[in-house]
Write a protein that binds this ligand. Structure first.
Ligand code: XIL
Length: 335
């Protein structure tokens, strides 16, 4: 049919996809334009790739994504400004290799955010300002990252203030995964409430939604959306995929004999999970301002290498030939 995902959802929310510059030429580019109306750079705007040395920015890949989006009338979500992964080597160290002070690190964070956000002002409508700051360990509150070790909690509020200063119109997000797990939801809620009470400029929360055929349940998802909406925050699904494997916290080696088979049962479970969560998204249209998939099709997904390299995954709505899967028909079949 002529309808893409974005057309089915035009009365609900933009439908986006994570991309790299290589996706923006040839048949894949056409496919993106047909199915989606929002882009997130999968890696190009992360601090390591875009700011490899203190006085050196690498703009080419990020610019090419923003230019493509402008040319084809797609919106762009910026991802991300402050994270513990894919950080450049220099950021936490002085010229002698010693850890920098809080004052120095916050100044670097300020320079970084000011430079990146201003460059795309008016072209990027939303930013993931802080990514994954909550610990996985339920006995901890914040993740024990270098940001936290050097700055304490302050880096979070500061990052939002710097982003707001650079582009007062941008919609500013806290973004995280496993947000539907009750004990993590509780801690994220606590953080967001604290920021809001302190008048920090935060507008929204991103549910990464690296889900699986086993979780979350519709009830967990509803509870999550309602809890964040109760703080006056908008909600986006920022990195959606539905893995055929259960979630694992640590990277590990491929086990002998482990093949990763996409059985009809697993596809059926996945189709049902996609239907279930999209039913909820539509039901919460008032709170949900965007749904973005993390990659285009099963031909390439970051889950082919994470958390286990060499185990194929099939987590998206389109197959390895860019053809719609059963799940696509389920999520576009509604009145
Ligand atoms: C992933 C990318 O998809 C990979 O290409 C990269 O090697 C690692 O990062 N949470 C996030 C995303 O916020 O930035 C991550 O993206 C996936 C998990």
């Amino acid at each position: 049919s002529d309808m893409g995902l974005k057309d089915y959802y035009k009365n609900y929310f933009p439908v986006g996809v994570a991309v790299g510059p290589r996706n923006l030429a040839g048949p894949e580019a056409e496919f993106i334009i047909k199915q989606f109306n929002s882009l997130t750079p999968e890696n190009a705007m992360k601090m390591g790739p875009i700011h490899p040395q203190e006085n050196q920015y690498f703009w080419r890949d990020a610019d090419s994504i923003v230019n493509f989006a402008q040319h084809h009338g797609l919106r762009v979500r910026g991802h991300n400004l402050c994270w513990h992964e894919q950080t450049p080597n220099w950021i936490f160290k002085d010229s002698l290799g010693h850890q920098v002070t809080k004052a120095v690190l916050l100044k670097r964070l300020h320079d970084h955010i000011q430079t990146v956000v201003s460059r795309y002002k008016g072209k990027i409508y939303a930013w993931d300002v802080v990514n994954e700051a909550i610990a996985d360990d339920k006995t901890q509150f914040l993740r024990n990252s270098p940001w936290y070790q050097i700055c304490g909690e302050d880096f979070i509020a500061k990052a939002f203030e710097y982003a707001h200063e650079a582009d007062p119109k941008a919609v500013l997000f806290y973004n995280d995964y496993n947000t539907e797990r009750p004990e993590k939801l509780e801690r994220i809620y606590r953080l967001l409430k604290k920021l809001i009470d302190a008048k920090v400029p935060i507008n929204a929360v991103g549910l990464q939604a690296h889900w699986s055929v086993y979780e979350p349940s519709a009830t967990e998802l509803r509870n999550t959306i309602e809890k964040f909406a109760s703080l006056g925050l908008k909600v986006q699904i920022t990195e959606l995929d539905v893995s055929i494997y259960p979630w694992e916290k640590e990277r590990r080696e491929l086990r002998p004999g482990e093949k990763g088979e996409y059985t009809p049962e697993l596809e059926q479970k996945q189709t049902a999970k996609y239907k279930e969560v999209f039913d909820v998204f539509r039901q919460y249209k008032k709170d949900i301002t965007g749904v973005t998939f993390w990659n285009i099709s099963d031909r390439y997904t970051w889950l082919d290498t994470y958390p286990v390299a060499g185990r194929k995954n099939f987590p998206l709505l389109f197959d390895t030939n860019l053809q719609p899967k059963k799940a696509f028909y389920e999520v576009t079949n509604f009145k």
